[in-house]
Design a protein around this ligand. Structure first.
Ligand code: AHQ
Length: 238
């Protein structure tokens, strides 16, 4: 009989998840070029126009998670993610949302709203990576879709990196355009609080914990593949 290894403790399981940060796209040559100040305006515009395809997929992905999740308590927390991106008007409070902020980033880097909205610049391979994420969330058990969002464990760092380096390296970009990154630092932290607890609570046997790492690696590979596509299309100076 095949003996399975003992389950990791919650602390060790979380450490295993965080250890996967070594393959986060903050380390991709295209991102290093972007945040290191070596990107041309064309490479920055290409990145903003292509990442829009990912940004508008996020609320669709999150709605897929909600539609698969029977737990009202979880949904109450998760629904905030859709509001963060699509914006809302509730009881007199209005927020234009992250997708609108991304369009403002687009204008700040010299793109028109229309050429971003019509996705004329989106690279096929990048679209396929984004579609793989949405389709995964539709098909996988909702807890696996929650786990796949844990690339955000590493997101505050990449947003802070942009906020620190872009104004210095790219003074031609209107600073207001960076509002999206400012908002995401706290939103990502809040997302991770919920996503990590659900993941640590749900994946409790060692095979389940190994599966969680596989799911996280799948999503890390999606982000990496998106950068590969942009590096091929726009060039990358490492
Ligand atoms: O702007 C990002 C965002 O809204 C999300 C949602 C989350 C998810 O549900 O998978 N992941 C994510 C990410 C965003 N920005 C990326 C970046 O590099 O700007 C990072 C990305 C992530 O880490 O998954």
């Amino acid at each position: 009989m095949m003996m399975t290894a003992p389950a990791w403790s919650r602390t060790e399981f979380e450490a295993q998840l965080r250890e996967r940060g070594k393959s986060y796209h903050i380390h991709h040559p295209f991102n290093r070029m972007l945040n290191g100040g070596q990107a041309t305006p064309e490479q920055i515009r290409g990145w903003v126009a292509n990442r829009f395809c990912y940004q508008i997929a996020i609320p669709v992905k999150d709605a897929a998670v909600l539609s698969n999740c029977p737990d009202r308590e979880v949904r109450r927390g998760w629904v905030q993610r859709i509001l963060d991106h699509d914006g809302f008007e509730l009881g007199g409070v209005r927020d234009d949302g992250g997708i609108e902020a991304w369009l403002r980033l687009a204008v700040a880097v010299g793109l028109t709203r229309n050429e971003v909205l019509d996705q004329r610049h989106v690279i096929p391979a990048l679209r396929f990576a984004v579609d793989a994420y949405v389709n995964f969330a539709r098909r996988a058990p909702w807890q696996e879709a929650v786990c796949s969002s844990l690339t955000e464990l590493f997101a505050p760092e990449i947003h802070k990196q942009r906020l620190a380096s872009w104004p210095e390296h790219y003074p031609w970009i209107e600073p207001d355009g960076l509002a999206y990154f400012r908002n995401r630092v706290s939103q990502a932290r809040r997302d991770v609080e919920q996503g990590l607890q659900i993941t640590l609570d749900h994946f409790t046997t060692r095979p389940q914990q190994e599966r969680a790492l596989e799911v996280l690696q799948f999503k890390l590979d999606i982000l990496w593949a998106m950068n590969d596509a942009m590096a091929l299309r726009y060039g990358v100076t490492a």
